[in-house]
Design a protein around this ligand. Structure first.
Ligand code: FA5
Length: 342
């Protein structure tokens, strides 16, 4: 058995060096430590070892197990650091001062990412809805559980028309109409331009894009919400992204969360794009409040659902390394023609 342990140690070291991405590291973990893994097999075989050798063999196998666990953990850390570096390096390639050199037009980066997201969600059974930019007070606020005089309105001041209608402050303004249009069960995303009367800085614009998503069915839970958020991010960035979920208050969800991603402009160290926090608020979400379901004609006793409001413009900043959100509305071709045609 000693020879088997030594041989396994040797083969593990060789294979560990070859494991260059998270998927390969996970395969290696399963091959050695999984239910049918080689180290697990050795531990199971201990029962057949002669009594006087059991203790020594047990120690040797446990030592090997420890080496495998530590080796994989160190390799995964190296892989993540390299992936992070590659993303930050890719983001640094964007340079607003480069000459355009382009004679033909190109899609706006927000259009490129919006289309990519639409494809990802369509492949998961979501329909894609278009909605108005000018909405009523009821659609924007009351239907999503923000009655008149609710303090949450202070966070979303906007531009009002003389007829009392307003420029929508968030894509949640379409929730009521879409719930009414389809009823339950339902899976839909609705990207759209939003407007807020607020001072601009590197990560705030008065005009920006969000993409809302809702899923309503029997027994929908936070687990479903997290699954869809993770799938979306890993497909957009083509790798696992550091995210954190923290409690967040929005009157139209209960419970509500803020989902932040590690800032890809500075690699999490802090910069103006992430207000020096290393994290960027990207996608608030939560379980749809029963009042919102009721207002949309859906019985909250029978159905539950989740909703998220992705900051599409912020996602574009992270994906392409745009340090200042104002570049995206600038109409500056030097900035906007640097993105791939699709
Ligand atoms: C909302 O607008 C909620 N309607 C989102 C929501 C939907 C929550 C469904 C729960 C369920 P918030 O005001 O935090 O939340 O905006 C959502 C995202 O839009 C932010 O995380 C951010 O990425 C983006 N965003 C908000 N304000 C601006 C702005 N001024 N400039 C650029 N992006 C912004």
């Amino acid at each position: 058995m000693k020879e088997t342990i030594d041989a396994l140690r040797e083969s593990f070291r060789r294979e560990l060096e070859q494991a260059r991405d998270s998927e390969a590291a996970e395969k290696l973990r399963v091959a050695y430590l999984g239910k049918k893994g080689s180290v697990t097999g050795l531990l199971k075989g201990l029962k057949d070892v002669a009594a006087d050798q059991k203790k020594a063999m047990g120690q040797a196998i446990n030592q090997l197990k420890k080496e495998v666990e530590e080796g994989i953990a160190a390799q995964v850390e190296k892989i993540h650091a390299a992936e992070e570096e590659a993303l930050v390096a890719a983001a640094e390639q964007y340079d607003v001062s480069l000459p355009t050199g382009e004679s033909e037009g190109s899609y706006h980066p927000i259009t490129l990412v919006q289309r990519e997201l639409e494809e990802i969600f369509a492949s998961m059974g979501f329909t894609i809805e278009d909605y108005k930019e000018i909405v009523t007070d009821y659609e924007c606020f009351e239907a999503v559980n923000i009655p008149k005089d609710h303090p949450a309105r202070d966070m979303q001041d906007t531009y009002y028309l003389s007829n009392g209608q307003l420029l929508k402050t968030h894509t949640s303004a379409a929730q009521n109409a879409i719930l009414r249009k389809y009823g339950a069960p339902l899976r839909a995303i609705f990207p759209g331009r939003c407007f807020r009367n607020e001072a601009t800085d590197a990560c705030h614009e008065n005009t920006f894009f969000q993409m809302e998503g809702i899923m309503v069915d029997k027994n929908i839970s936070i687990a479903n919400l997290i699954y869809f958020m993770k799938t979306m991010l890993s497909q957009v960035f083509q790798r696992d992204i550091n995210v954190r979920l923290r409690p967040g208050f929005f009157p139209f969800v209960e419970p509500g969360f803020e989902m932040d991603i590690s800032c890809l402009i500075c690699g999490g160290e802090g910069c103006p794009s992430c207000k020096n926090s290393g994290w960027l608020e990207l996608c608030p979400c939560g379980m749809i409040h029963p009042n919102v379901l009721k207002a949309g004609g859906v019985d909250p006793e029978e159905y539950t659902g989740f909703a998220f409001g992705l900051g599409l413009t912020r996602l574009v900043m992270m994906k392409y390394g745009v340090k200042d959100i104002r570049d995206l509305n600038s109409g500056n071709l030097k900035a906007l023609s640097q993105f791939k045609h699709e």
